[in-house]
Design a protein around this ligand. Structure first.
Ligand code: DGL
Length: 271
């Protein structure tokens, strides 16, 4: 199975595009909604939480795990890859930042990033974009309220729209010549339609799901040793550390999915 880990329900926005592009691969989703949001957590907390989640997925039949969370990818992925993988020499863990940057870095010279405080503070996007395109200018703005609003199922309300208006205004004031804006948090695509409706037409708007799905397909083509370990029965499993009923409602709202969520606990014993 391919494992997907997020702080909560946001990673489903990536999973739905993977299901569209790679429908035969069996998948297992784990959202740590009990400890969401991740956007206000420290490097050490995110490393501990993300490793617990990744390890859980490894131990439940996923040789490949996608950390479908920018905050965890930005703060914890490198530490996990460098210090935690000795026990799992054949397993692989990938994030969502590099595939996004590799695509957008080729297309634009001025990019705006909307993300959590953990992602913005890590400066990962700045660094990764520069590796792809030295000329690129990256404007970042943290939107700490968006993730929790989406997690609570409050994305489509007047008060959320007002918050989105304000945050977008700050980014556009900071960088009026922005060519494209990336929703660099997997919870934010739920707000895509509203943001598109208020964003000037000449500014392109990106969510990560399609970019991550395409990059995953490419990765599997280049890594037959990983690909051949993956089950292809199209089975889907969903786990949450939070309230399963809430997760089901969110899955319907976010991805048009109607899954059964099983509640699990992540703790120090998992790490
Ligand atoms: N979905 C997560 C991300 O991509 C974080 C949202 C949160 O829990 O703060 O960063």
């Amino acid at each position: 199975m391919i494992g997907f880990f997020d702080s909560g329900v946001g990673g489903l926005t990536v999973l739905k595009d993977v299901h569209k592009l790679l429908p035969d691969y069996s998948t297992m989703y784990l959202g740590d909604s009990a400890r969401a949001p991740y956007g206000d957590k420290t490097h050490d907390q995110l490393t501990e939480f993300a490793w617990q989640g990744v390890k859980y997925l490894f131990d439940h039949g996923c040789p490949l795990v996608i950390v479908a969370c920018n905050s965890a990818s930005a703060q914890a992925l490198r530490t996990i890859q460098q210090t935690k993988m000795q026990e799992y020499p054949k397993h692989r863990v990938l994030g969502v930042i590099r595939p996004t940057v590799e695509e957008l870095g080729k297309l634009y010279n001025i990019v705006g990033i909307l993300a959590t405080q953990a992602t913005v503070g890590s400066e990962s996007y700045m660094r990764e974009f520069k590796n792809v395109n030295q000329k690129i200018k990256v404007a970042q703005h943290a939107c700490p309220k968006w993730g929790p609003l989406v997690e609570e199922g409050l994305a489509h309300t007047e008060s959320t729209n007002k918050i989105v208006d304000e945050d977008l205004k700050v980014l556009l004031q900071d960088e009026p010549n922005v060519e494209a804006i990336l929703l660099a948090c997997t919870h934010y695509p739920v707000l895509y339609d509203y943001i598109r409706s208020i964003l000037p037409k000449h500014i392109d708007l990106y969510e990560q799901g399609p970019l991550v799905a395409t990059s995953l397909a490419d990765y599997l083509g280049r890594h037959p040793e990983v690909e051949e370990c993956l089950e292809k029965g199209g089975e889907r499993k969903y786990f949450t550390t939070g309230d399963p009923e809430k997760a089901v409602r969110a899955a319907q709202q976010i991805a048009g999915l109607n899954p059964d969520f099983i509640q699990v606990e992540l703790s120090k014993e998992n790490s």
